[in-house]
Design a protein around this ligand. Sequence first.
Ligand SMILES: Cc1cc2nc3c(=O)[nH]c(=O)nc-3n(C[C@H](O)[C@H](O)[C@H](O)COP(=O)(O)OP(=O)(O)OC[C@H]3O[C@@H](n4cnc5c(N)ncnc54)[C@H](O)[C@@H]3O)c2cc1C
Length: 455
Amino acid sequence: MTADITVTASGVVEALRGRLRGEVATPSDARYGELVAGFHLAFAHTPPVAVGPTGVDDVVAIVTLAREAGLPVTALGEGHGFHRGVSDGILVRTRGLRSVTVDPATNTARIGAGTKWQEVADAAAPFGLTPLSGSDAGVGAVGYVLGGGLGPLGRTYGYGADAVISFDVVTGDGRALTVDDQHHAELFWALRGGNHGLGIVTAMTVRLVPLDTVHGNAWYYAATDVEAVLRDWVRWCGGIPDTMNTYAHLVRMPDDPELPEPLRGQTLLELIHIYVGDESDGLELVEPLLRSAEPVFHEPGRVREDTMAPVTVADGGIYLDDLDDEAVDAILALAGPQHSYDDVPLVSVGLQRLGGALASPRTSSNAVTGRDAAYAFHVIGAEPDVIDTVITDQIRALHCCVDRLKSSGTIPNYIGKANEPGEVDRAWLPDVRRQLGRVREQYDPDGIFRDSHTN
Ligand SMILES: Cc1cc2nc3c(=O)[nH]c(=O)nc-3n(C[C@H](O)[C@H](O)[C@H](O)COP(=O)(O)OP(=O)(O)OC[C@H]3O[C@@H](n4cnc5c(N)ncnc54)[C@H](O)[C@@H]3O)c2cc1C
């Protein structure tokens, strides 16, 4: 114990106020609401104390005091990855640590915890550089890489976790460490994909890719063409180069007057293709698919979503080792356009082609597993009244219908509230899970860090 005062659970708030430069709030404080706010509206975080550290010293003090008081600590970035509300211990909102510094000489960025990918992308763009972020630019950069990080450029450049060069982290025993391939290499291995229970990351340095233009396109196909085009997409995926990234989403569009007429209120197949290279080469690759059926709508330029506002949502993802016509038929039998939104309230039944640079880390090995998988299968429902009932049941039924193709590994980021209970522990292959357990015991000996998936 390194603290100079003895701390009890009841005195921890006063002790935190005495030691931190950043904010300390309890439920009766005006600032509490902002510190505990996350992305998901289905549940709230209600810890007895929330803190907003502004530097590494603050984080060391929080961890040290929590350990002495025997209180759990949970880091909260932007909150996209939580499947439950945090109700105990100290919630550490990392937004006060945000910062981005781009070094164009090394094509790297130093990113403070609490920074959103959009902020990194904005800082990198003037140098013709881009980060390996996810599909939503509002996601926190640190939380994203801790859970693997499967983005729209994954087949070309790998997982977000693969791009990390070093982390600054405060471990469960209150040490502030810089970890990389040479220093605390086992912790560096674990933080890249190990998701939780390892420390509070205060900053990281990541590799950026020299890329000022990517060619994104979304094509939408009518309900009557969904089956044929989806089967063709699966066959087409078997022959694409690493420079082509692609998603197929069965989407149920809202009856929103702001949407283009062909999309409004329709159930459609959305194919998104993101090509790194010459635009004409990318279009040539897509050409056979465009002959499959006449798209009802084309949205050029589609690559990454703007920051999504907080929502009530349930999602669930698994990885698949393969896809075939039988699997496509099984998915469509449960969620195809023959079902109304009232019967199948799923806004997206999505497949993303894996492989390419995702299949092997082009840096030192890390805790990301599922590298042999061929597709990510991710389903989302956003109807507030039925997220824990109909939507969860339907997502699990969809996973079950392709169970024979289920991969033994996946990434924690794709495991949602609607996955089967305990799925986050099964995200990693057994040997990776065992190694993660050993690293957690070493760097968080008292087990103070909580995960976001389970109670
Ligand atoms: C709309 C949406 C789109 C998404 N798109 C993608 C995608 O394209 N690809 C993908 O891979 N994932 C995607 N995800 C999943 C997302 O990347 C993860 O949930 C990620 O963890 C969220 O980051 P966050 O800042 O919101 O983290 P939070 O939800 O705040 O935290 C997630 C986990 O990381 C921990 N954590 C956060 N910050 C720190 C820190 N500084 N130190 C230690 N632990 C920390 C938390 O304790 C928690 O266990 C998406 C999620 C949503 C809701």
